[in-house]
Design a protein around this ligand. Structure first.
Ligand code: AMP
Length: 144
């Protein structure tokens, strides 16, 4: 069973964060510059206060037009963030993403943010697993 720890060991534990007082305009810049789909919103003490994804930006832009970019991040973010631990399995995380219809899950260890799993990470890992299985089956057939 693949765990969240195994994924983080491969991709690293850095998370791109933003403070809740920043504007959506600033958040959009960070999303574009860092080439990510979501930012974890953290307070001065590093506590996770919310998550802001590109979907949230699209939603307010559609509703309010360009002036939506003057909103603070805190007004637009999702406050009830679903998180996982390093000990959860990849299946647990996939289930969480499917049930909640989101593509990002921050990882918490001892109440501290210690990574993030995106749906891209899940797909990448699954593909590698299929590839290994395929290879093992081919070798098995060839030597049978
Ligand atoms: P996403 O698919 O991750 O781009 O996000 C879709 C929606 O779910 C957006 O409104 C996000 O703010 C929200 N969202 C993303 N990740 C989470 C999460 N881990 N917990 C709760 N809501 C989330």
């Amino acid at each position: 069973m693949t765990t969240v720890t195994a994924i983080l060991n491969g991709k690293g534990r850095s998370v791109i964060t933003i403070s809740p007082q920043r504007t959506l305009r600033e958040a959009v810049d960070v999303l574009a510059e860092r080439r990510v789909g979501a930012l974890v919103v953290t307070g001065v003490d590093g506590a996770v206060l919310g998550i802001l994804s590109e979907r949230d930006v699209v939603r307010v832009l559609a509703g309010e037009g360009p002036r939506a970019l003057d909103n603070t991040v805190s007004r637009v973010m999702t406050s009830r963030v679903k998180t996982c631990t390093p000990y959860d399995t990849l299946d647990d995380v996939m289930e969480m993403m499917t049930a909640g219809r989101f593509r990002h899950v921050p990882v918490m260890e001892d109440s501290r943010l210690s990574g993030i799993i995106s749906i891209g990470d899940v797909v990448k890992h699954r593909l590698a697993e299929f590839e290994n299985e395929h290879q093992a089956l081919r070798e098995y057939i060839a030597t049978a």
